[in-house]
Design a protein around this ligand. Sequence first.
Ligand code: HEC
Length: 126
Amino acid sequence: MPIGIVCKSQQDLGDVAAYVAAMPRKLENGVGPGTNLSVGKKLYEKDCQSCHRDDGRGRADGAFPIIVGQHFGYLCSQIRDMALKRRRNSLPAMVGVISQYSPEELVAVSDYLSPMQWPETQDSEY
Ligand code: HEC
């Protein structure tokens, strides 16, 4: 399937989703500098894990996405955009917490998350 395809129907959309789902997943995501992991861990446990779970795999029942196995740069940019209220689809409860963070705290929480690996198994409970 060529890159840049335009989805003209539900079927096209389904085909693209199946194509992306079948792509091999590269686990060597870009990781952060690892300089402030203890700060990031504390912030994560206090403010994030109630929704994204302790291992970052999220909760299907609440539509809380998995947030591990992602590039450090992507996490930083998304979390910064939430803090600046530029990521408009973000959950207000999450934005409320993140917008209180200092720039150092935004980096620390991204740094903590970036080396965490995608879970090997998907348990049915979540
Ligand atoms: C009240 C539940 C809740 C809390 C608390 C919460 N999140 Fe989220 N988070 C969500 C939901 C729902 C989404 C998906 C929709 C959106 O972007 O808001 C999300 C999306 C994200 C994304 C984007 C994932 C992607 O693939 O683009 C990141 C990154 C993230 N959260 C990080 C955090 C961090 C870091 C914290 C703690 C500082 C946190 N979240 C706290 C519910 C929460």
